[in-house]
Ligand binder design. Structure first.
Ligand SMILES: [Fe+2]
Ligand SMILES: [Fe+2]
Length: 168
């Protein structure tokens, strides 16, 4: 049985993942409207993955006898200055999410909640990957600058990543 403090923190994390999915879909809309489809396809996949993350936590709360709680999701930013600004915003979001996952893990550890710690191990590893793709994208887009041929090449690269196999 989940302790109330853990259940509440898990529900906050569940909603943070839902909100990330919402945010990435808003970025998809921006990218779709302005570019060839590669970046947009990549970001849409991120939105799908965040939904899967949310459901992993939803299921954990349920399986442990708790009740997942759906909260209002704030309207995400949908206006950006550039593709690079989109990926910088993604990087900020993932940094916040990593801090939140780490705080949740610490709480589970302080309460001797072993199943929650085990479940969160996956998220800790996932956040390393999430931060890595954000950093790489921002670096590559910085190198590309205003060169339309470089941006087109990156769009193709990210479009290819959107269909690569994943572990969510
Ligand atoms: Fe996530
Ligand atoms: Fe993420």
């Amino acid at each position: 049985m989940l302790k109330p403090e853990i259940e509440s923190a898990l529900n906050d994390q569940f909603n943070m993942e839902q909100s990330a999915s919402h945010g990435y879909l808003a970025m998809t809309a921006y990218l779709d409207a302005r570019n060839p489809n590669g970046f947009a396809a990549f970001m849409r996949r991120q939105a799908d993955e965040e939904r899967v993350h949310a459901l992993k936590i939803f299921d954990h709360i349920s399986e442990r006898g708790g009740t997942p709680k759906l909260m209002a999701i704030e309207a995400p930013e949908q206006d950006f200055d550039s593709v690079k600004a989109v990926f910088e915003a993604a990087r900020d979001r993932e940094g916040d999410n990593t801090r939140s996952i780490h705080a949740l893990f610490k709480l589970a550890r302080d309460h001797d909640d072993y199943p929650t710690q085990t479940m969160l191990q996956w998220f800790i590893e996932e956040q390393v990957e999430e931060e890595a793709w954000c950093d790489e994208a921002v670096d590559l887009l910085t190198m590309a600058g205003d060169s339309s041929s470089a941006l087109l090449m990156l769009d193709q690269k990210y479009g290819g990543l959107a269909t690569a196999p994943t572990d969510e």
